[in-house]
Design a protein around this ligand. Structure first.
Ligand SMILES: [Zn+2]
Length: 259
């Protein structure tokens, strides 16, 4: 609800941002053609998504790594996918960070873990994206670009990383985003953990799952992986994880399987 002088001021500054960052029709059409999971949304959703994407472009700073130039259509592709999860929640859910770093491809990083005896082991990790509290969000352009095709197996790097951003909205990466009441938090924990443990068992048994087996890593990865499928392969997620789907539908205030 916008009221009073502060509301009017904010409305005016939003209007200016929307004009400044209006997404040209050919770029918007290209984005929808690339990502059918966006294009199948109804007209009202698409117009709100386009509005949020403009504001997102105005508030965030994109930079390319390793000489990559982030073109307008690349930035719009990222903005549109990032705003899908917050279509009803609003952009303020992303206020905690500004920078988005786009790499040409996956990034290889060195990691260290200490074992029980205090010995440090080094290993290589390959990242298609990364979100950390306060930012920046890192994304591999190759993965962003291929998101239209990879939706078939429920994979979407942008939704994954921005689900982590939402999860960290209360300062903790634990698979539980900020929720309105303590009771909602308890319920979330109950449903998420039940679904997570069942999923881990199935992954251990080598079952074919709608969700990426990477979700068995931890509850926070499970939430991010489930959010990917929720937005790009919703009917498949609903068929395999009905109560998880309902939990996410309540949180995101969206029912993408119905569209
Ligand atoms: Zn993750």
């Amino acid at each position: 609800m916008i009221s009073g002088w502060w509301g009017r001021l904010r409305q005016r500054s939003e209007q200016r941002a929307l004009q400044r960052r209006a997404i040209p029709e050919p770029i918007w059409a290209l984005t929808l053609a690339r990502y059918p999971f966006l294009a199948r949304r109804g007209a009202a959703d698409l117009s709100e998504l386009r509005r949020l994407a403009s504001l997102f472009l105005d508030r965030k700073e994109f930079s390319g790594a390793h000489g990559l130039q982030v073109s307008d259509d690349m930035a719009v592709a990222i903005a549109a996918q990032a705003c899908l999860p917050v279509l009803r929640l609003g952009l303020q859910a992303f206020d905690g960070f500004v920078g988005i770093v786009v790499h040409p491809d996956e990034v290889r990083v060195k990691r260290e873990v200490m074992d029980e005896d205090g010995l440090v082991h080094e290993y290589d990790d390959v990242l298609s994206g990364e979100a950390m509290e306060g930012g920046p969000v890192m994304l591999s352009w190759r993965d962003v670009h291929e998101a239209g095709e990879s939706a078939a197996w429920g994979y979407n790097v942008v939704v994954h990383e921005f689900a982590h951003v939402l999860d960290m909205g209360d300062g903790l990466a634990d698979g539980i985003p900020p929720l309105p009441t303590p009771a909602a938090r308890v319920r979330w924990h109950t449903v998420l953990m039940r679904e997570y443990e069942g999923f881990c068992d199935r992954v251990d048994q080598g079952d074919d799952t709608v969700l990426d087996p990477y979700g068995a890593e931890s509850p926070e990865e499970f939430f991010a992986v489930a959010s990917e499928a929720f937005f790009v392969a919703p009917a498949e997620l609903r068929d395999e994880h009905a109560s998880l789907y309902a939990l996410l539908a309540g949180y995101y205030r969206q029912d993408p399987a119905a569209q």
